[in-house]
Design a protein around this ligand. Structure first.
Ligand code: 5CA
Length: 440
């Protein structure tokens, strides 16, 4: 992509109402644009990051055996009346009337729609277990939307729903999702702690939040610091007991968010030198709620002995758009964003310092074409602006690798290759730059 034909509206200063560093940098790097309180447009760089996160989440859901569907954003109110949540949800629900005065709403979550969908198409226990997921925009009329896409009103969520015939099998589904979450966050390059949590309005008796430690986090996390940095589990075992043992092992290290923090237990189980108290951003939340929705919505199916049974279910959310901000919170410096390679909007930024000079442009284009042909995603800054602005913008948007090409590169045959995270630079020939950037 050539920057002169792209849209990256970078800003020198963030607007004063942006207090979280991720909000400031997302605006300054031209990822998002606020359209109304808590409602954003995704600009070209932002949407590329969002899609990459979405794809990693999708691949890990598929690997865990979940099946993708796409539900509507606008849902029927009567489904929510059936479950009893239409009134309970209160002012957070955006209620809509159609031209026939029928009640609809912009979905804040989808337990009702999914439960009814499964009830309509699954009539026997033999069709279970089933885990369905969708990656869709949600709307919650938050009292205090803030921190940009960290707590917005419209946001992209991956929500999965498991349907099982009994509680033991439902716990196995819960455990599969638990492990899939650890894999997702590891692939995103994030150090995320699973903590036991309060299920809140979703209901149920078993729930975990996945917390990314960050200064702007809205909850406190109390943990044994050895819980951080454990390796990703990879493909989990099929055997339910083996999987339960792995989940138990992960959860044996103390970690809780403020609501369920037990000071006495914490102090007795965690030596002082390992106690960690930090703020966390909730990037995922999983719930086991048994037959709550199956019962309230009267969705039953034929059980093994012919009698009608209610399904045992859980729901599993990841804040896909929130993750864009969460990753920036976790990975930035005083110059701007430092994207982990897995989600960077482009792999490589090339700066052409003299787009007016044919020989410099030829060299920059040759590198660009060679890298693109090798499957690398490149952003070539060919804008006719001063060099300082190009360097500042490239650091601000945070692509993992940068190559600087100017008149001196033509004269010496040496291009400057820079690693964004470490700031290290190397002067290399064109061929060596291509080799270094395409070796993996
Ligand atoms: N139905 C369940 C699981 S699918 C559910 O809705 N869970 S939730 O309320 O915890 O939301 C799931 C995830 O969505 C959260 O962990 C968070 O990462 C994200 N999320 C929730 N509210 C917002 C918001 N206002 N802005 C951005 N992301 C949000």
């Amino acid at each position: 992509m050539k920057m002169s034909r792209f849209l990256v509206p970078t800003l020198k200063e963030a607007p004063s109402d942006a207090v979280a560093v991720s909000h400031q940098l997302a605006l300054r790097a031209g990822l998002i644009r606020q359209e109304a309180a808590g409602i954003f447009s995704w600009l070209p760089l932002g949407i590329r990051v969002l899609k990459k996160i979405e794809q990693i989440v999708r691949e890990e859901m598929d690997r865990a055996g979940a099946v993708e569907v796409l539900l509507p954003t606008v849902q029927r109110a009567d489904l929510w009346r059936k479950s009893g949540r239409y009134e309970d949800y209160g002012a957070e629900m955006l209620r809509i009337k159609d031209r026939h005065e029928r009640d609809f709403l912009f979905g804040p979550t989808a337990e009702e729609v999914m439960t009814e969908l499964v009830g309509a198409h699954v009539n026997s226990y033999a069709q279970l277990p089933l885990i369905l997921y969708n990656i869709q925009w949600k709307f919650r009329d938050e009292v205090r939307p803030r921190f940009g896409v960290l707590r917005s009103r419209e946001f992209l969520m991956k929500d999965a729903y498991s349907f099982d015939v009994d509680e033991a099998s439902a716990r196995h589904s819960y455990n599969r999702m638990f492990m899939a979450y650890l894999n997702i966050f590891a692939r995103l390059g994030l150090s995320v702690l699973p903590v036991r949590a309060d299920p809140g309005p979703i209901g149920g008796d078993l729930s975990h939040e996945f917390m990314l430690l960050a200064k702007t986090g809205e909850s406190m996390v109390y943990a044994d610091d050895r819980a951080l940095g454990l390796p990703a589990p990879g493909t989990p075992p099929e055997d339910p007991q083996a999987l339960q043992a792995l989940v138990d092992e992960r959860l044996s290290v103390y970690a809780a968010s403020d609501e369920l923090h037990d000071v006495a237990e914490y102090e007795s189980r965690v030596e002082e030198s390992h106690r960690m108290e930090a703020r966390g951003v909730e990037v995922g939340h999983i719930f086991f709620f048994g037959d709550k929705y199956s019962q309230s919505m009267d969705v039953k199916l034929d059980g093994p002995d012919g009698a009608q049974i209610a399904m045992q279910s859980g729901s599993y959310g990841v804040g896909v758009s929130r993750l864009v901000a969460a990753i920036i919170e976790a990975s930035h410096d005083d110059k701007g964003i430092v994207w982990p390679a897995a989600v960077a909007p482009f792999d490589i930024g090339i700066i052409n310092l003299a787009p007016d000079k044919d020989d410099v442009t030829l060299l920059a284009d040759t590198l660009y074409n060679a890298l693109q042909a090798a499957g690398k995603q490149c952003l070539l800054d060919d804008r006719k602006i001063r060099a300082g602005g190009k360097f500042a913008d490239m650091d601000l948007i945070g692509l993992p690798k940068q190559v600087v090409i100017g008149p001196r590169s033509v004269a010496s045959g040496q291009l400057e290759l820079k690693d964004r995270a470490s700031g290290e630079t190397h002067n290399l020939s064109l061929d060596d730059v291509v080799a270094a950037l395409t070796q993996d």
